[in-house]
Ligand binder design. Structure first.
Ligand SMILES: NC(=O)c1ccc[n+]([C@@H]2O[C@H](COP(=O)([O-])OP(=O)(O)OC[C@H]3O[C@@H](n4cnc5c(N)ncnc54)[C@H](OP(=O)(O)O)[C@@H]3O)[C@@H](O)[C@H]2O)c1
Length: 269
């Protein structure tokens, strides 16, 4: 990494990013500064990662080239008020706060600050995040590239216009929860069929991992992959008939549309 990075609001998301960036070697501990509210949390971060960590966001903002804001959406306003006098247009501001538009961040900061908004997801904790980056009004290619470099070290990244971020929130932001729910339901099914919870969990989780790897690594369409394990008159088609009768496909369409509507509502709140 060229320059210095401040992670402002280094909670779960900030720590996962910090850990991934240090592990990959992209950032050195002496080039990263973290801030939080609690001195105890700052001490733990400094001990665990060898970075400078404290509660002084204005000073971290003043001395860093890239400011990565990772507070909860309800806390971002207070943070922006704290750092606004120290921020200048040569810096890049990146926000992961869900549902907070770049316009809100730009308006809270002086001048024409380049702001990039990112919607990531919880697999950031295992370097398998799916992140979408969207530029604000003053962000150019170099600022987007900085955000892509950061999030590219903890998973995959797409660039989209900000208007699509509610859809991203509904699909990949909330997406892990849908897979966790599916895993839970399938594990229960194994128990119903007489398997122990441990065995059922292992069967389901490894099946999910293997299926996800096939989807990602073979590049084959989901329909093609599903058809390849659906033999005529067999077990899979018997299960699929029930899933179709129970309108599982329609339920996913409706559920994800509802999540997008909720994201829009929260963004406007
Ligand atoms: N977790 C995920 O996987 C995930 C996925 C997608 C998006 N996001 C987004 O990432 C953001 C953070 O989520 P999270 O789960 O990481 O939340 P979190 O664990 O609560 O972390 C937020 C951190 O912000 C710190 N903070 C709050 N106000 C501050 C201020 N004024 N100055 C400095 N630090 C401040 C808190 O400090 P203290 O610890 O001292 O209170 C805390 O460490 C959210 O906006 C969320 O929408 C998270």
């Amino acid at each position: 990494m060229d320059g210095t990075l401040a992670i402002l609001g280094a909670g779960r998301m900030g720590e996962a990013l910090l850990s991934g960036l240090l592990r990959s070697g992209w950032a050195r501990p002496d080039a990263v500064r973290c801030t939080v509210r609690s001195p105890e949390r700052a001490r733990l971060l400094a001990e665990a990662f060898g970075v400078r960590a404290d509660t002084d966001s204005p000073s971290a903002a003043a001395e860093s080239d890239v400011l990565l804001i990772a507070t909860k959406p309800q806390n971002i306003r207070a943070l922006l008020d704290q750092i606004a006098p120290k921020v200048h247009a040569a810096q890049t501001v990146i926000s992961v706060a869900a549902g907070v538009p770049t316009g809100v961040i730009e308006a809270a900061l002086p001048g024409d600050i380049p702001v990039v908004r990112v919607m990531s997801n919880v697999p950031v904790q295992v370097d398998e995040a799916m992140s979408a980056v969207a530029p604000g009004r003053h962000a150019g290619a170099v600022h987007i590239a900085t955000a892509e470099a950061i999030f590219g070290h903890v998973g995959r990244v797409v660039q989209l216009a900000e208007e699509h971020l509610d859809a991203v929130t509904a699909l990949s932001g909330s997406g892990p929860a849908y897979f966790f729910l599916l895993a839970e339901a399938m594990i229960d099914a194994g128990i119903l069929l007489g398997l122990s919870r441990d065995v059922s969990s292992e069967l389901v989780i490894q099946t999910m991992v293997g299926s996800a790897k096939m989807l990602r690594d073979t590049g084959r369409h989901p329909v093609e992959l599903r058809e390849s394990v659906t033999s005529p008159g067999g077990t899979t088609i018997a299960a699929i008939r029930v899933l179709e009768q129970e309108r599982v496909r329609a339920a996913f369409l409706n559920a994800i549309e509802a999540a997008k509507r909720r994201s829009e509502e929260l963004g406007g709140a």
